[in-house]
Structures are given as C-alpha cells and as structure tokens.
Design a protein around this ligand. Structure first.
Ligand code: SF4
Length: 505
C-alpha cells in the first residue's frame, strides 16, 4: 500500500537533543507530509476497499501533494476527485479540516500528535482515525480499533457481546486495545510504570498487524489453524475444550485460561444458548435469537473494564533476556479445528440487520435547444443541499415519491409531469418519454430512480443560471460532480435518441 512507509523517527534528526530552527522546520515538514498521507488514506479507507483506494490515493497525492495544496484547492475540484468513493461528506470535511489546520497559528499545517487532540481539533477525525494517525505517524501508544480489531479482541478475550451497539462491550475492547498497545510500546523497558511509553514505530506496526490479522486470518469465518496467537485466545481454548469433550482431541488437552467467572462478575456477555448461527449470512457472523432473555444485572461495584478481569497468557521470558520459544502443541485434527473455528465464529454477536429503507424518485431531464449550437441540447441541473446524502453534488432535478404500495408506471409518470411542470412554471413543457429506471444501493437506502425526458419549446421564461441551478450542455454535465447513481441516469439521457422511447410510457 503506497501510504505505508517507514516511521519518521524524530530522534534520528540531529541527535544532541537541540534542534536548530532549520532542523526543526525540516522535521516538521517531513511530519506534515507523513501525517497528511496517513490521514487521507485512513479517511478514504473508511467504508471503501483497499484495492479501490490505492488509485484514488495516488491520484490525490499527485494533485495535492501537501496539506497546504489541498487547503488552497477549489471545493468543486475536491468533490470531483472523490467521485466514485461514496460518502461525499468525507471529502468536504477533509477539505474543511485542511483549511483549519493550515490556518491555525499553532498547528501551521501539522496535525496534532495525540489521539485526544486529533479527535478534538480535526473535523471528520474520529476515535479510530485519531489513534491510527497518532500511532503510525507520531509513534505514540494509541489504540486503533476498527471492526476487524473488535472481532479479534472479542475472540481473544472471549467476550460474547455486540461490538457494534453495546457501549460497555465496545469500551471494554477499547480498554483492552489500549492496555495492549501500551505494553507493546514499553517492550522490555524497565521504566514501564513511569508516565508515557517512549515514541517508536511499535504502536503503529502493532495496530496495523492486529487489523491485518482480523482481515486475513481472524475473519468472520476464522482460519484458526493459521493463527499465530491461538495460545492467548479464549474462544480458541473454549472451542478446543469442546472438541476434547467430543473426543476429537487426544491426549493434548488444552487448559482453559483461568479466567474468573465473567458472567457473574459483569454481565458483559450474552448466553451461548441465545446465539443462533446463521449459515447463510454472507460474513458468517452470528446473531441473537429474536427474544433473548434479559442479561443478568451486573453485580454492584463490579469493575467491568478492568483488564485484570481478563486473562492473558504471559509469554515466558528466558533467563537470557529473549522470549523463549514455545513448543508447538500437537495441531488438532481437521475435524477438531472445525469445532474450534465454529465456536470462534460465535464471537462477536450482533443484532439482526435493520431492513434497508426503500425509496423511489422521479428524475426529470428537462432540455432545450442550445442557444449557441442549434443541434445540441442543454439540460437543467441543480445542486443538492450542503448537508445530507450526496451533499453539494449536482443532479438532474429529482423528486422523492411518497411512500406507498401502489406505485405504478402511470402514477410515476404523472408525478414526473407534475414535478417538472412546477419547476419550469410559465414555460411550454413537452413530455418526451420515459428513458428507464436505475436501481441504486446506499448502505441505508435502496433507491430506484425513474428517469423521464421533457423539453421546453418556444420562448423560455425564468432564470436558470444561478449558483445552485443552471442550464448545462452535455460536455459540461459530463465533467460535473455527480453521484455514481445519478451519473447512470445521465448516461440514459445522454445516449438516448428520440426514436428510443415511447411518449406513451
Ligand atoms: S485463534 Fe482463531 S479466533 Fe482466536 S484470534 Fe486466532 S483466528 Fe481468531
């Protein structure tokens, strides 16, 4: 991944501890660039696959190689560079944040180094991104916990909870990640009880390794036989015990970590009996039965987030100072491994997915003959509001149909005519025909866009040359910032010939 680079070690700069002004500026400029690169990659990676992000990130860095260049960019150019990545508000927030960071007299274009300040001062930077920038760029012992890490830790700690919505579970896993990254950052340092761990590349490498473990091995359907950390994994140990009970594991009985009875202590976990495995679920996660009994009330004064409640199997240190090699236990048979992995799949639980909302819109392409080129057409486009779905993007005028079960071709056509007529009131509007329907899926919404073509004939009234609505020819619309679904609607319009549709439909 092009954004993964060697850690910038501040101590590798002139090392007597007294940087000259020039050296300080030099270090500052390297850190500015590194922080900017990691920040952009992390924001792009939210909700988007790595393979897709690589090209976007490279083009972005070529166009705006520094945070100052981004801050000086035109808003529309930034949105346009984001086209196809989805969640367009991310582009707007990055742009706002770049301007803010560059104009701040203290930051002067350099992102803050601590996770707390990053989250507080930089718009669009949440808990995870703040931890990632702080650890990867600035070498601080900050936890970075994404969905993959939540899954790995819920299995390692044996917490059978909902890592998406149960705040206590989420906080506990963050606390675990925090304790782990601090331990990793201290390493064998004797001063581990004193203040903050020293800066190093270890927190960044550790965080990325945990995420990668979750995305390659400890996936929703885990491959426990390829896992490097079975020894500390509570879910693995429990699965192993089940396989032993079933007679699938011979003499090499594995000891369950001596954890206290968590159920009685804190009530974080669901009951296994309430967890129903869904084999047909795409990602192999499990869900709760429809009406599980309430969880037991936590015992008064329990310390749910205290990591001493959990048990990590410590690595044995040899007297020579290094870690002793652990003799690998006999690998369980394939059958036993299946029992183990199937037990691990129960972690974490999650509530059944909410049904995605469905919506229908009529998209009205309203054209007129171009005033400059008589054989060409121009179309009305307008800009979406600055907040909400596809904020600030351009589109052909669209209207959401009221929710109903009786949406028919006839009712949709009549809604399109009434919307388009209202829009260009006072003009002679001709209905040309229906061009087709474009289904489009957002994470929370299933949208169907029905595309209609209209034409204004004769003399035109009204001013359509404003900031948020205007006439535009085909070439200009091709270059305009539009969501990918709307682009598909525009393709229908652009490719249509009058012979293609029936004005009766
Ligand atoms: S042993 Fe299995 S469940 Fe545990 S961390 Fe490894 S892959 Fe995940």
């Amino acid at each position: 991944m092009p954004w993964r680079k060697a850690w910038v070690d501040p101590s590798s700069y002139p090392s007597d501890g007294n940087l000259s002004e020039e050296e300080e500026e030099q270090l500052r400029s390297v850190l500015r660039k590194r922080a900017y690169e990691v920040w952009i990659s992390e924001i792009m990676l939210q909700q988007t696959r790595v393979a897709v992000v690589i090209g976007y990130w490279e083009r972005w860095m070529e166009r705006w190689p520094t945070v100052d260049a981004l801050a000086a960019a035109a808003e529309d150019d930034v949105r346009s560079a984001w086209q196809g990545l989805g969640y367009y508000s991310r582009a707007t927030r990055i742009h706002e944040a770049a301007k803010l960071v560059c104009n701040d007299p203290v930051l002067r274009g350099l992102l803050p180094a601590t996770a707390e300040e990053l989250e507080k001062k930089v718009p669009g930077v949440g808990r995870y991104t703040a931890g990632a920038i702080s650890a990867i760029v600035f070498g601080r012992a900050a936890a970075m916990v994404d969905g993959n890490v939540l899954r790995v830790l819920s299995r390692q700690l044996g917490i059978l909870g909902d890592v998406k919505t149960d705040k206590k579970v989420i906080d506990t896993l963050w606390a675990a990640a925090d304790a782990l990254v601090k331990a990793v950052a201290w390493g064998n340092d004797e001063r581990r009880e004193e203040g903050e761990p020293p800066l190093s590349d270890r927190p960044g490498r550790w965080g990325q390794a945990l995420m990668e473990l979750g995305s390659t091995v400890c996936t929703p359907k885990p491959n426990c036989s390829a896992c490097p950390v079975t020894d500390t994994c509570r879910a693995y140990a429990e699965g192993h015990a089940l396989a032993t009970e079933a007679g699938l594991v011979g003499s090499s009985k594995k000891q369950l970590p001596a954890a206290p009875d968590i159920e009685e202590l804190c009530g974080l976990c669901e009951y296994f009996e309430d967890v129903v495995e869904l084999d047909d679920e795409e990602d192999g996660t499990v869900t709760l039965a429809d009406n599980p009994p309430a969880k037991p009330k936590p015992v008064k004064d329990t310390k749910q987030s205290k990591l001493s409640s959990f048990f990590f199997t410590p690595t044995t240190r040899s007297s020579k100072g290094g870690d002793e090699e652990v003799t690998p236990a006999t690998k369980p048979s394939l059958e036993a491994m299946e029992v183990i992995a199937s037990h691990a799949r129960k972690f974490p639980v999650r509530k059944p997915k909410k049904k995605v909302r469905e919506e229908e819109t009529v998209v009205c392409a309203i054209r007129r003959e171009s005033l400059l080129e008589p054989l060409e057409y121009e179309y009305i486009i307008h800009r979406r509001p600055e907040k909400g779905l596809l904020a600030g993007m351009w589109e052909l005028p669209s209207h959401v149909l009221p929710e109903s079960n009786d949406s028919t071709p006839k009712s949709r056509k009549s809604a399109a005519i009434s919307y388009a007529s209202g829009l260009v009131r006072g003009n002679d509007l001709k209905y040309v025909g229906k061009l087709g329907s474009v289904p489009w899926l957002f994470s929370h919404l299933k949208l169907t866009m029905h595309v209609y073509l209209f034409e204004i004939v004769g003399y035109q009234q009204g001013n359509w040359d404003g900031k948020d609505a205007r006439w535009a020819d085909t070439e200009k619309i091709n270059l305009e910032n539009m969501g990918t679904g709307m682009k598909k609607c525009w393709e229908l319009v652009r490719r249509s010939r009058d012979s293609d549709y029936n004005s009766e439909s």
